[in-house]
Write a protein that binds this ligand. Structure first.
Ligand SMILES: Nc1nc2c(c(=O)[nH]1)N[C@H]1C(S)=C(S)[C@@H](COP(=O)(O)OP(=O)(O)OC[C@H]3O[C@@H](n4cnc5c(N)ncnc54)[C@H](O)[C@@H]3O)O[C@H]1N2
Ligand code: MOO
Length: 403
């Protein structure tokens, strides 16, 4: 193993050999946030018929420039009859354009001439205010590609085709293990030296947003035997095991040793701040499966940043979702000064888009125990090792987005 793993190499190692999850059918009403497993072919044109974009009158454009008899009324949802030549039809937005009409005029551009007659001005062209059949989606074309995230617009697209069930990737089952004798669940009193377990809710939420199904959130005391036992149990009931804490070099850090005795440690110690002691390897699962394991450092910011940099792409690969493999990146001007140490630093910044390029404002205290820096941040500014950052320097910033 290299002394310190470059971030890219560590990620490459984590992603190699990761197989996509299986596929299940899901009701459209329950599919929000899921990843589409197969490309969906349109079974019909949308819209399915030429329809009006306006409340007004449908006519043939050669009949414009005179008063026309209103020969039928077409609301959205009813079938239109053929238009009698030399007349027009009262029509509403979404109404089917009747055969024989080739344009629609908005009602405010016309003049009523009694109950059944309307004055139509000149100058209309065929196609005016008509939404042609198939202008959105054509039957037989791919309307949504495999790997799409089923968010609002995609769900609407599938519903517009009449689909009720869709093939999605089975969410990776994940067990999260927090470690450390000092940790107490919120709601219980703290004894001196104890702290509340903040990593658990933070990482459960983050990992669920990245597409995992958290099937267990367990806690291990600082005991080698107990850590081994829980890691083994976790691997037997999951597709991915994540822990926090206990990956550094202290006498109470048992995760790495447990991993080495049960399975394999493949990556440890990264050229990364925060998150240097992050560990990656495999645990033996059920039916001789090898279950990927990520040991995040215990410091809350190290866990948060490590999850964004490594668990988001790892879960993206399991879910076959290319969009989530990399975080979107933009350049922003540093609105701060800093002298970096030897490790690449992912600073928590808030981007201000009032100017171009945007400005990156860094939370003052960037230490790895200060979770406030993450609460404030919408991006991670990547600062190379040993760089002296001056005001106005351009930095690559990775956006912390959930799509
Ligand atoms: N001698 C050295 N000491 C440390 C080194 C080193 O290289 N040499 N590395 C430091 C770095 S960098 C990090 S990061 C931490 C990571 O250590 P661990 O992963 O072993 O984490 P712990 O020691 O268990 O905890 C660290 C810190 O985080 C708090 N913590 C842990 N879990 C939670 C939780 N679920 N919720 C809230 N807070 C949590 C814990 O109380 C500690 O304060 O090691 C450095 N040390
Ligand atoms: O690598 Mo640690 O996460 O700086 O505190």
């Amino acid at each position: 193993m290299p002394d310190l793993y470059p971030v890219e190499l560590a990620l490459e190692k984590m992603l190699e050999g990761v197989a996509p999850q299986g596929v299940e059918q899901c009701d459209l009403g329950l599919a929000a946030g899921r990843i589409l497993a197969d490309s969906m072919m349109a079974t019909m044109d949308v819209p399915a018929f030429d329809n009006s974009a306006m409340d007004g009158y449908a006519l043939h454009h050669i009949d414009a420039g005179k008063a026309l008899k209103v020969s039928q009324r077409i609301a959205a949802g009813v079938q239109a009859s053929a238009l009698q030549p030399g007349t027009c039809a009262r029509i509403f937005t979404g109404g089917q354009v009747p055969p024989g009409a080739d344009c629609v005029i908005a009602q405010e551009s016309t003049e009523s001439k009694g109950e059944d007659e309307v004055w139509i001005p000149e100058g209309l062209r065929a196609g005016n205010n008509i939404r042609p059949q198939g202008c959105d989606v054509r039957q037989g074309e791919v309307c949504l590609t495999a790997g799409s995230i089923l968010e609002a617009a995609a769900l609407g697209q599938l519903a517009s085709q009449g689909f009720t069930r869709v093939p999605v990737r089975i969410r990776p089952r994940l067990v999260l293990l927090t470690t450390g004798d000092e940790l107490i669940e919120p709601g219980k009193p703290l004894a001196p030296g104890q702290i509340y377990n903040s990593n658990q809710p933070m990482l459960c939420r983050l990992l669920e947003r990245f597409g995992a199904e958290v099937v267990g959130a367990w806690h291990a005391p600082d005991s080698y035997e107990k850590t081994c036992e829980l890691l083994q149990q976790a691997a037997l009931k999951s597709d991915l095991v994540v822990s926090t804490g206990g990956v550094s070099v202290g006498e109470e850090d048992h995760v790495k040793a447990a991993l080495q005795s049960l399975g394999s440690l493949e990556v440890w110690r990264l050229d990364l701040r925060p998150g240097k002691p992050l560990a990656y390897g495999h645990l033996p699962g059920s039916q001789q499966r090898s279950i990927p394991f990520v040991g995040l450092p215990g410091n809350p910011v190290s866990g948060y940043v490590g999850a964004w940099l490594f668990l988001r792409p790892l879960l993206a690969k399991m879910l076959a979702c290319p969009r989530r493999l990399e975080l979107p990146r933009i350049q922003a001007e540093a609105q701060f000064e800093a002298q970096n140490g030897p490790r690449r630093h992912y600073m928590r910044v808030r981007l201000n888009y009032q100017s171009s390029p945007p400005k990156a404002e860094a939370y003052l205290d960037q230490s790895s125990g200060v979770l406030s820096s993450c609460v404030q941040a919408d991006a991670l500014a990547c600062v190379p090792g040993d760089m002296r950052v001056s005001q106005g320097d351009l930095l690559d910033c990775f956006l912390l987005v959930h799509d």
